[in-house]
Design a protein. Sequence first.
Length: 308
Amino acid sequence: MVAPAWPFGTLPPGGVEQLGPHVLAYYGSGLPLANSAIAIGSEAALVFDANIFQYASDLKKLLDERWPRGPVHLVLSHSHSDHVDGSMYFTAAESWATDWARRRLAWWSGQDLSERYLEQAEGHPEAKQWYEEDFRLVVPEHGIEGPTVIELGGDVRVHLQPEVTAHTPGDLWARVEPDDVVLCGDLWFHDCEPWLGLGALDGSLQALAGLRAAGAVSYLPGHGRAGRIGSGDKMERYAEWIRENVLDAMDHGLTGSALTAHLREEFDRRPPVRFAVPIEGFLEDAVSAAEEAASGRPRWVGLPLAPA
């Protein structure tokens, strides 16, 4: 799939948007359309999600312009490559993730990543070269299991909140005070079809409800433009539709490929929502994961992790 030129409206200059006095959003302008953020206090700065490919390099340049010297923290919202691979540009930072995400990345660090990453970079020559010649996987120093606060100075603080199993079993989101900005990671996709093929639909819906209840001034999604999570949010309606229709179809005896084909046909015939960025295969992944969870064998159970 070839993405149009930033499909979420007009891309802010340089892909940078001021979300609050102390918070900048950084938008990767091409696939995988991942977002990052920088929060700056009087004594330290914090990067939220390291992005991928050339966007991580641009994010580092932005950090160096806005925070030329001093301590830096790196927070990874979860372990997926489009949020963590750029960590190699921030090796001097003190790094944070949930304990599950840290252990997952530590496990990956001991594997041969060539096939995984070259497949991901298919069709992107600059990404293929980056993985072959430059890439280094970074494992966070700190694995948190409960709410954690990082002080940046000048009354600027970042509250890290681990979430239930949602997008993955190891997501976290962050609230930056006093700006009242929430950084969601992939717990929220804004007008971009979400990937729900690993975690739990119920967990994703619970996380969305919790994010909305936070009542922030602005929310930065993992993909899509910053905004508010309103009632009837597209991601919420999508997840609810999949959950309800998977259970109904299973009650009528559909399983496996017949189930995914039926849900795809129903979605295409009467889509409950339309995304600015639909992504091939995401619906099928979500349906398969929902079927496994409903059958009592959720696919995240047994995923390999490094020892605690």
